[in-house]
Structures are given as structure tokens and as C-alpha cells.
Design a protein around this ligand. Structure first.
Ligand code: UDP
Ligand code: MG
Length: 311
């Protein structure tokens, strides 16, 4: 039984050697047969060279390099595609996901679990704003996809069956964290404490997180589109009231004022219209991206006997 560990890495030159060493130690201590697959997500530093260095000493370490930065989601999916294991663990390569949890996941998998979700016990050190917005995001997401996603993360183990299901999905805008819930299968949970990042810094800015949140929410739900209908209905109800009032005033011969009302109406309706167009536009953009059918990522180089894993 082979365990593949997929590690997306974007500008992580300081982490590669250390992570490979720590993982190797933990897995060897538990007699787990493994391969490590580092996906360098178009790193601009020596990440890929570092992978090359460690893989020269250990053939179980493999790697692939993207032609540019495609994002963590793409890196995860590339890893899944290149992995040859009977089970695949996805984890960050900055060791914020504690490697000691992997043997636990492995045991649960051997006992029949097909998905083992890593659940964050604490969120580690984060700013208050980050914590609040993440909380809000997960509340909304859990509502939208009707599954409790709170405290979920990209740290999980998937059975080969599940990996094949995810790889078979035709969509380009993927949200790995939620897709593993969506797919179903027999699920177990392990909780873990998020560690401090040892080297380098977080690769996410507030803006990129916000974009990530909007893209993921809309790729999983059409609820925002229904919001447009709700806004339209509200305007119509409001306009019926005003219609009657205006008509009554006209008939009673006092219909000259009302300039303020006109301005307010234009503003409110204009706002509703723009917002609705924005929401619809966002979905059209999503459809456009999907229809173009471009690949999720482009691999420029690989290390190790990685191509063999491909079906
Ligand atoms: N990552 C990636 N591509 C990106 C951004 C991040 O592959 O465009 C990787 C990164 O190298 C790390 C993981 O995703 O292994 C999590 O990123 P990070 O530690 O910066 O996020 P945080 O832990 O702060 O949420
Ligand atoms: Mg991290």
C-alpha cells in the first residue's frame, strides 16, 4: 500500500528540505510506504531546485513545476493527478499541518474510511479581521452547500476511489475543500492544531482571500442569482405602493411636488439594477471560463518517475 503526499509549494525554498526530512522521519517511524510530490506553483525562487536536490538523494521524492503561478487549487489537482498511491494526503508544505497526524489518518483509512478530513482545532495565529472574515465565509459556505464546513481545511486524506472521482470532474473552477464533502464517501475526522509557519511568510493577501471566497461561493451556489429576483420583487412591491399614491394625488389635483421621491427612486432602482447586473455578470464570467475549457494548469518540468503515475 502506497501513500502519496501532495505538497503545493509557492516560493517555499526554505521549507522543502526540512519538510521532506520531517515527513520522511514520521512516515518511516510508522512503517508507511510513501512518495512525496511537491508541486511548485510557478515559484520565482529556488523551490524547484530544492526539490531536485532532495530527490537526488531519495527517489521517493518527486516534483513538478508549473509554467507560471496557477494557484493552490490547481497545484492540489496537479498533485492528485500525478499521485500514484492507494491513498493521497494533501497538505501545506510549510508544516503548518502537523505531520504527526498523517499516521492517524492512515490508520483510519486502513480501517475503511475513504475520506479523512483534517479539522482545525485552533486556527493558529491570525489577525482578528482574518479570523472574523474566515468565520463569516465558512458560515455562508456551509449554508450554500448545505454541509458543515466550519474548521475544515485542505489537509485531508483521500482514498484512490475519491481521487479518481475528483479528477473526473469536468469543471475548471474547483474548490478542493468543499468538493471532498460534496463527493460523499465514508468520512472520518481528525482534529489538529495549526502550527506556526517556520520559514517564509503566508502567500495570501486579504485581497486574494476575498477573491478566493467570492469565486468559491459562486462556483458552489446560484443563491446570489436568486437574490436578484428578490431585489426585483421588492422594487415591484414598492412601485405598486407609489403607483397608487401618485395616481391618487393626480386625481385629487395635487400632483406637482415629489421631486425628492423621483431622485430617490432613480437612485434606489439604479443601485438594484447595477448590483443585479454585477451578480449576473459574475456568473457569466464563470460560464465563460468554464466554456473556454482551458487546462487548470500547465506543467513545464517534472522530477522523478512521475509521469508513470498518469493513467
Ligand atoms: N500555495 C500555492 N500557490 C499559491 C499560494 C500558496 O501552492 O498561489 C501553497 C503554499 O506554498 C503553501 C500552501 O499553499 O504550501 C498554503 O499557503 P500559505 O502557507 O501561504 O497559506 P496560509 O497557511 O497562510 O493559509
Ligand atoms: Mg501556511
Amino acid at each position: 500500500m502506497l501513500l502519496s503526499i501532495v505538497l503545493p509549494a509557492y516560493n517555499e525554498e526554505q521549507n522543502i528540505a526540512n519538510t521532506a526530512k520531517v515527513l520522511g522521519r514520521v512516515l518511516a517511524a510508522n512503517a508507511i510506504d510513501y512518495e512525496l510530490i511537491f508541486i511548485s506553483d510557478g515559484s520565482r525562487d529556488a523551490t524547484f531546485r530544492e526539490v531536485q536536490k532532495v530527490s537526488e538523494k531519495d527517489t521517493r521524492i518527486k516534483g513538478a513545476e508549473f509554467s507560471r503561478n496557477f494557484g493552490k487549487e490547481a497545484a492540489i489537482f496537479a498533485g492528485l493527478e500525478l499521485a500514484g498511491g492507494d491513498a493521497v494526503v494533501v497538505m501545506d508544505c510549510d508544516l503548518q499541518h502537523p505531520p504527526e497526524v498523517i499516521p492517524e489518518m492512515w490508520k483510519l483509512w486502513q480501517n475503511g474510511a475513504e475520506v479523512v478530513e483534517g479539522i482545525k482545532e485552533t486556527r493558529g495565529k491570525e489577525s482578528l479581521a482574518h479570523r472574523l472574515s474566515a468565520g463569516l465565509f465558512y458560515r455562508i459556505m456551509s449554508r450554500l452547500i448545505k454541509m458543515d464546513m466550519n474548521a475544515s481545511s485542505d489537509f485531508k486524506l483521500l482514498d484512490r476511489k475519491v481521487v479518481d472521482v475528483l479528477l473526473g470532474l469536468p469543471e475548471r473552477n474547483t474548490f478542493f475543500r468543499a468538493l471532498s464533502f460534496w463527493a460523499g464517501f465514508r468520512r472520518e475526522y481528525v482534529s489538529y492544531e495549526v502550527r506556526e509557519r517556520q520559514f517564509g511568510e503566508s502567500k495570501w493577501s486579504s485581497l486574494s482571500l476575498m477573491k478566493y471566497a467570492i469565486t468559491n461561493a459562486t462556483s458552489f451556489s446560484t443563491l446570489p442569482l436568486q437574490l436578484v429576483t428578490v431585489m426585483g420583487t421588492l422594487s415591484i412591491l414598492f412601485s405598486i405602493v407609489l403607483f397608487i399614491q401618485t395616481l391618487a394625488k393626480y386625481l385629487s389635483g395635487t400632483a406637482v411636488e415629489g421631486f425628492t421621491t423621483v431622485i430617490l427612486l432613480i437612485l434606489v432602482i439604479g443601485g438594484f439594477l447595477m448590483l443585479s447586473l454585477g451578480i449576473i455578470g459574475h456568473y457569466i464570467a464563470r460560464i465563460y471560463e468554464e466554456v473556454k475549457g482551458r487546462p487548470k494548469y500547465i506543467i513545464s518540468r517534472t522530477i522523478g518517475d512521475i509521469r508513470k503515475n498518469r493513467k
